[in-house]
Design a protein around this ligand. Structure first.
Ligand code: CA
Ligand code: ZN
Length: 301
């Protein structure tokens, strides 16, 4: 297959100025490999942040130029497969992350990926839910480092960004300049210690511009639900933005009456943390597809 790139084509900030490494047509499947968020620098428990080259952390594979995309387009990324390969790494570091005030000594842990499970210290076996922490498109101008989430996507660390889901992003530059990385073999909502099970991986996806006017982005769907993803400097600002985005989707795109949308968001919607450890904080608001169907709305096939 020609639409294939490797983790060697990594970039570190979403920007119109990063040269694309691959041009693909819409509707064509792309296969790529990704580094873990440390570019594979932490290989054993003896490797710590002291020797880490920070300039190559949070790599994303790409950017990929998607032919025929232009500013204002709604880009849908169909994630066919998000698969962890190799082992994973986690760190606990004093004064880093949301638990850093409780941590007194730095530690690196290596987690074995065994089948579809991930094993923590030979004690705890966790079901894998391989997800992409970083996924996005270039902003219209300037650059957004891959450590930071935003309206362009980026480091959202959302556990829904996994095999079988579809992510919607707004294109800001010609070609979109898409990239992804920072795979986690498993992670809890919040990413509180500052990482998930950071793993290298393989991704198969298809990019496609779709016509769904007014969809607030970033937006994600899987078989059961739709969700909006919102990032801001405070959790208060992030959750208010997520609520407004979901209400806008329900009323303007799905066609629910204003009060129905509000009451149903309170009845069957879920406000959840994605991560509380990045330069901006990220939350999502989930809403069940079955209730959209009750109002005669379904997402385009
Ligand atoms: Ca991340
Ligand atoms: Zn990560």
């Amino acid at each position: 297959m020609s639409n294939e790139i490797t983790r060697d084509t990594a970039f570190f900030a979403f920007s119109p100025d990063v040269e694309p490494v691959l041009h693909v047509k819409q509707g064509e499947e792309v296969k790529l490999t990704t580094h873990d968020c440390f570019s594979g620098q932490l290989k054993t428990t003896a490797d710590t942040l002291e020797t880490l080259d920070w300039s190559i952390t949070n790599p994303a594979t790409g950017p990929i130029y998607i032919e025929g995309t232009k500013p204002g387009d709604l880009l849908r990324i169909d994630l066919h497969e998000v698969k962890a390969t190799g082992s994973s790494v986690m760190i606990a570091v004093p004064n880093v992350g949301a638990l850093g005030h409780l941590i007194t000594s730095e530690e690196t842990a290596i987690l074995e990926n065994r089948g579809d499970m991930v094993v923590f210290k030979d004690k705890v076996v966790v079901k894998q839910n391989a997800m992409l922490g970083v996924i996005g498109v270039a902003p219209a101008a300037g650059e957004v480092h891959n450590s930071t989430p935003g309206t362009h996507g980026g480091n959202m660390d959302c556990t829904l960004i996994t095999s079988g889901s579809r992510l919607y992003l707004s294109v800001a530059v010609e070609g979109a300049l898409f990239g992804c990385g920072d795979m986690h073999a498993a992670m809890g909502d919040g990413e509180v210690v500052v990482c998930g099970a950071e793993t290298p991986g393989e991704v198969r996806l298809t990019p496609q511009v779709v016509d769904l006017a007014g969809l607030p982005t970033p937006f994600i769907e899987n078989d059961e639900l739709v969700a909006v993803i919102a990032s801001a400097e405070s959790l208060d600002d992030a959750y208010k933005l997520a609520l407004d985005m979901m209400h806008e989707f329900l009323t303007k795109v799905a066609g629910l009456p204003v009060n129905d949308a509000a009451m149903l968001m309170s009845l069957v919607g879920d406000l959840k943390f994605c991560q509380v450890v990045d330069p901006l904080l990220t939350v999502r608001f989930e809403f069940p597809k079955s209730v959209l169907a009750d109002y005669g709305f379904s997402m385009p096939a």
